[in-house]
Design a protein around this ligand. Structure first.
Ligand code: FMN
Length: 387
């Protein structure tokens, strides 16, 4: 997934100071991009809401990780159950030709919902893909009243966010934390977490991630479909309450302000900054990389469960003060190769990295101690996702 704008340093060089930009008309652009309202207003209300009852469970669900912030979900609430449906119109096209990222996203929201249910005194009984003739019906959750339990993972749902900032360069993440993440896997026969934290492994994985990003950028269809979910104007964010924003990029505060006051970037400029950010900042400062893999790429159940596992891992990382960031260009390129029937360059690379062709990665991520805390991403409120 492309970043709206990662850094505009080249533009900023010579643009001396904020004062100069203000004088040059940046002040009005600042209104347009919401410099003064970052992270506030209706598009962000779900993050701070204390919603009670079953609606509250859905409010937790919509705060989950999801591909390109497409929020590809609908929820149907009954007195004793919730159903989650895929909204396949909210897709990312050639970046996800088999809708795997869409089903992962729903898995993430399901996991938040399960955690919220338990804390709110429900015992959730989940059936995945309950309707053999409708694969948009992703989960049916029966809710029975029981004793509430406490959950550190639930507690940090409102604090979790994708952290695309650089991480502290020489600060390792302990083996114990990495192993605890691996142990969060509840289905080890079909799903596996691979962790890479040695210098040699990180070198190999980082290089492959950079090459995959370059290949993605070299594919005009993938770039076009990626760009559709970029939100540059404050009015669009307020109206759509979705997509990738500048505020979520993890830029230092002053740079974010300046970036918002400059004219929007062309896709070419954006791609240039995207690759330099991945290559020079994100990959070299990662303390470790993790891959979540499934046995059967075509099993929607396994892909949904991979999403659930990611969500638990990300929440756990949040409790430990870690920054975490999915960089899925390797699997996005693998799926593009499959859909086009072209040489499986990244398909092979993924298998080489995992060292076992039985496992197919659907999520690749970096982690480390962050140097900045980005704003949250917008969300459509519960009222807009109920059917
Ligand atoms: C399957 C999947 C793939 C993703 N791929 C990327 C990616 O390649 N690059 C990236 O910066 N974020 C990626 N993300 C993160 C989403 O963009 C992010 O979760 C979304 O914008 C919402 O932001 P939040 O997690 O901070 O709430 C991915 C998320 C999912 C579930």
């Amino acid at each position: 997934m492309g970043n709206v704008v990662i850094t505009r340093r080249d533009f900023i060089k010579g643009a001396v100071a904020l004062g100069g930009l203000m004088a040059a008309g940046g002040f009005w652009r600042a209104f347009d991009t919401g410099v003064f309202q970052a992270g506030s207003g209706p598009a962000y209300e779900a993050w701070g809401k204390n919603v009670t009852g079953i609606d509250g469970l859905v409010n937790s669900a919509i705060l989950a990780t999801n591909a390109h912030n497409t929020q590809p979900w609908h929820f149907k609430i009954d007195n004793h159950s919730i159903d989650i449906f895929a909204d396949k119109t909210r897709n990312i096209g050639t970046a996800d030709p088999y809708f795997r990222e869409l089903y992962i996203s729903i898995g993430c929201s399901l996991e938040n919902l399960i955690l919220a249910a338990k804390v709110n005194g429900y015992s959730p009984n989940v059936t995945l893909l309950p309707n053999p003739t409708n694969d948009s019906h992703v989960a049916h959750i029966e809710l029975t009243k029981t004793q509430p339990v406490s959950s550190p993972l639930y507690d940090v749902i409102p604090n979790r966010r994708m952290n695309r900032a650089p991480y502290e360069k020489d600060r390792a993440v302990s083996k114990e934390i990495l192993q605890s993440m691996v142990n969060l896997n509840e289905n080890s026969s079909e799903i596996k977490v691979f962790m890479f934290d040695s210098a040699t492994d990180k070198q190999k994985v980082g290089k492959a991630m950079i090459e995959a990003t370059e290949a993605f950028i070299g594919d005009p269809d993938q770039v076009r479909d990626d760009t559709k979910w970029m939100r540059q104007s404050w009015d669009t964010i307020k109206e759509k309450k979705d997509g990738i924003t500048l505020d979520a990029q993890g830029l230092p505060g002053w740079m974010l302000t300046v970036a918002k006051m400059l004219p929007p970037m062309s896709p070419e400029q954006n791609n240039k900054y995207w690759i330099s950010n991945v290559r020079d900042k994100q990959i070299p400062t990662s303390a470790a990389f993790g891959f979540i893999a499934v046995q059967d790429l075509n099993s929607k159940q396994q892909v949904v469960q991979a999403g659930q596992l990611w969500q638990r891992i990300h929440l756990f990382g949040t409790t430990k003060g870690l920054g975490m960031h999915i960089l899925n260009q390797l699997s996005e390129r693998r799926d593009r190769e499959l859909s086009q029937g072209i040489e499986p360059v990244f398909g092979k690379k993924l298998h080489e990295i995992l060292g076992d062709s039985k496992w197919n990665s659907v999520i690749q991520f970096r982690l480390g101690y962050p140097t900045a805390e980005p704003h949250h991403s917008p969300r459509r409120p519960v009222s807009e996702v109920l059917i």
